[in-house]
Design a protein. Structure first.
Ligand code: ADP
Ligand code: MG
Length: 747
């Protein structure tokens, strides 16, 4: 699996860019709950008032506020506000801003004040809140009793119309100090934010008194914050789209490279590897398994960085909003981890079996499609259907099981999330009631909690998906890591030119890698250029095996095969195969035209060459019968020509190459005797200098061969010579011959 990581290398910059974008996206999304809490706290609850430090205060009001400040605090405040009156230079501007200035001087916050808001906040907040509370009491005697008692003195006794503040100012210093301590003691208990929130109505009342439009201020604040939220959402959407694009590009690109490499590797495979991996499995590995990897790359790119950023960022921000509730989130995450762990343990073995089942489905489908005729001829449709149904049902059941498990997971997760929300609401509501928390912060906390839980979920999902992908990754790596058994030598030898095409088998033995016995043992003979060497023997004796060794489809186990005196294992495979025209026992045509199939041997072959080869292969008769001639369509696998026609086209294809060595593996068996004879006559002149290997069961085909090799059932060479010689010396040969021809014919 890890080996496949290098396939991401060409796309490293996309990955890096995606990570950067994800960082942006996560930050934008993490900022949203904070803005929400601002809209609720400041925009709605505080009427858009952001701090307890008003930008302007009437002189009369400021004087009242001074009562509730120490002397240092008064000095601190005075240094940060300046008094504006009708004599000030900017009076005209200021009076427009603060209409109350027309009646009395106004303290306006100066630049130093703006810089020190944090320090001014508690001073101004407490003082203004005290003044505001007393003013309200004075305005409404009904409230006086409750409010007064909460500050520790009974105001209901005061005669109506009493100016509380002049009264306070006239109090003896000691008594005033005591009242101030009582009040500030109450206010000190409030946190900074709650103080601002409590003081906000006081500030708002002051702004109203100054003649400012507070409704508009509130609307502006909400619109501004809302606008920022919109922008953040937009940024997050843009990031998300860009990451989606980048991850899709990366995944599709690396999957293409991977598919290419797997295909290229499979092309290098010798027959040994094809025997090891089944064709069906190789198809699944190149398609379905790579698709799994492609999907996981997308998932990983989107989640593997995003989830931790969200999780960690969410925890940091949530604990800034409320420290007392982290245990709720921890409990929910714990519950989710246990849930996913259980599912993981159940589902993982199933994921492994799914890929194997797809292999089987492929195998059965392929066998069915290629063997359709046979299946029908034997009336085995019912049996095959059952076989297919079985595999299909196994796959469906496993898929269903896994998906049921996954879909059961969703509601349970939702339940956990909802319980978490209720828990936070429950605990948070009490904190809000005790003025320890603001409503907006509670809302933000819930959102952070959801983000944290979601990010854990994403990480956990990855733990579910990764094993499945790693099964696929392993299957692909297995193909990529398989070294073909047959490779070019490190220092290949060149063939002596011109190539004659003499082939020598020298004490050669061969055993299939999965077999206990030698398929061929101790074979030695010399096939001269310009002569025909025939190989004859009963079915399964190793005739096809012997000729498959010449183009190195397999390598010999002992001894060697020499081409013009050079061991074929010391040659480049391409150089060796260039010398050979091979007509396999089961001829294969490709979809296209007759001409395109013949040009498979040599793409630059002229029409005359094709014609001559077709002529020698006795194929012109039926080619000319077709209206399109050489351009006639050939269906996939050569399904639209007869067995004999297919055979002749395969022969013509090998002849187009005009190679020094020609190998016919039972290629004449599909031909009638007359065509067989005509073809061999034509070959005499067409392939005059070539070494011919003819594998056959027919005595008539080999009678005139310069050399006949006779194999017995065990793959041993029991005779070598001409027809005449073998009739005298070789028992096996004579038996075959007598079973086919009458005695007179044999003479
Ligand atoms: P024939 O003389 O009919 O062409 P073959 O050369 O095809 O015979 O087969 C010779 C023997 O080798 C047979 O017994 C066959 O079962 C075995 N054989 C053929 N191909 C393979 C293979 N790919 N793996 C293992 N054994 C094989
Ligand atoms: Mg054979």
């Amino acid at each position: 699996m890890l080996k496949l990581v290098r396939y991401l290398k060409p796309y490293w910059w996309m990955v890096v860019l995606a990570i950067a974008l994800l960082f942006g996206q996560a930050n934008a999304e993490l900022a949203l709950p904070d803005y929400l809490s601002r809209i609720v706290n400041t925009g709605i609850q505080q009427g858009g008032i952001e701090s307890a430090v008003p930008e302007a205060v009437r002189q009369s009001e400021m004087n009242r506020a001074f009562i509730f400040m120490s002397e240092e605090e008064q000095a601190y405040v005075l240094a940060r506000y300046r008094l504006v009156d009708s004599a000030s230079a900017d009076y005209a501007d200021m009076v427009e801003r603060y209409p109350a200035l027309a009646e009395q001087p106004v303290y306006a916050l100066n630049d130093a004040g703006k810089a020190d808001t944090a320090a001014l906040n508690p001073i101004m907040g407490k003082a203004l809140l005290s003044v505001y509370t007393l003013e309200q009491i004075a305005a409404d005697p009904a409230k006086a009793k409750d409010l007064g008692s909460s500050f520790g003195f009974d105001l209901s006794q005061l005669p109506p119309g009493t100016d509380l503040f002049s009264l306070l100012a006239k109090l003896p210093a000691e008594q005033l100090a005591q009242i101030k301590t009582t009040i500030s003691g109450k206010l000190d208990a409030l946190g900074d934010k709650v103080l601002v929130q409590s003081a906000a109505p006081a500030v708002k009342a002051e702004y109203d008194a100054l003649g400012m439009d507070t409704a508009k201020m509130q609307m502006n604040y909400i619109l501004r914050t809302g606008g920022l939220m919109l922008l953040l959402t937009l940024a997050s959407v843009v990031c998300s789209i860009a990451v989606g694009y980048l991850s899709a590009r990366t995944a599709a690109g690396s999957a293409r490279d991977l598919r290419h490499d797997v295909f290229a590797r499979v092309e290098q495979f010798s027959s040994v590897e094809f025997d090891r991996f089944s064709t069906a499995s190789l198809i699944t590995r190149t398609t379905n398994d790579i698709t799994q990897i492609q999907m996981v790359v997308i998932m990983l790119m989107r989640l593997v960085f995003y989830a931790p950023i969200m999780g960690v960022g969410g925890i940091i921000r949530a604990s800034a909003k409320a420290t007392g509730m982290w245990w709720l989130i921890a409990a929910a995450v714990g519950a989710l981890i246990s849930l996913v762990a259980v599912i993981f343990v159940i589902a993982l073995p199933k994921f492994k079996s799914i890929q194997k089942l797809i292999d089987r489905l492929n195998l059965v489908t392929r066998e069915n499609l290629t063997g359709m005729m046979v299946i029908r001829a034997f009336n085995m449709q019912g049996f095959e259907e059952k076989r297919f149904d079985q595999v299909n049902r196994d796959l469906t059941n496993t898929n269903l099981f896994v998906n049921r498990l996954m879909s059961a997971m969703m509601p349970v997760m939702m339940l956990i999330m909802n319980i978490l929300t209720i828990g936070i609401m429950w605990v948070g509501a009490h904190q809000v009631a005790n003025l320890q928390m603001q409503v907006g912060d509670l809302l933000a906390f819930i959102q952070y909690a959801m983000q944290i839980v979601a990010s854990f979920l994403m990480l956990l999902m990855m733990f579910i998906i990764l094993p499945r992908a790693s099964v696929s990754g392993g299957r692909i790596a297995e193909v990529l890591d398989t070294k073909p058994a047959i490779v070019d030598p490190p220092a290949p030898r060149e063939l002596p030119q011109p190539v004659r095409g003499d082939i020598e088998f020298r004490h050669m033995s061969f055993r299939y890698h999965d077999s206990e016995e030698d398929a061929l043992s101790d074979i030695s003979f010399y096939a001269h250029a310009g002569q025909t060497t025939a190989i004859i023997g009963p079915t399964g004796c190793g005739k096809s095996t012997i000729v498959n060794l010449i183009p190195r489809f397999y390598d010999v186990s002992q001894g060697g095969i020499y081409l013009d005196g050079v061991d074929i294992r010391e040659l480049r495979q391409a150089d060796l195969r260039d010398q050979i025209g091979f007509i396999p026992q089961k001829s294969v045509l490709f979809s296209g035209t007759i001409a395109s199939n013949l040009r498979f041997a040599d793409e630059n072959a002229t029409d005359e060459t094709l014609r001559a080869a077709a002529e020698a292969a006795q194929a012109t008769e039926f080619i000319d019968a077709k209206p399109e001639g050489m351009e006639a369509e050939i269906a996939q696998g050569g399904a639209n020509v007869s067995g004999g026609q297919k055979q002749r086209l395969a022969i013509a294809r090998a002849l187009v190459k005009k190679p020094p060595i020609l190998i016919f593996d039972d290629s004449f068996s599909a031909l009638d005797f007359r065509t067989d004879a005509a073809l061999r006559r034509a070959l005499k002149s067409y392939a005059a200098g070539s070494t011919l290997f003819i594998v056959t069961q027919r005595i008539s085909t080999v009678r005139n061969a310069e050399q006949i090799i006779v194999l017995d059932d065990d793959g041993r060479m029991v005779g070598k010579g001409t027809h005449r010689e073998l009739m005298q010396t070789c028992e096996t040969y004579r038996d075959i011959a007598l079973s086919q021809l009458s005695t007179e014919e044999l003479e």
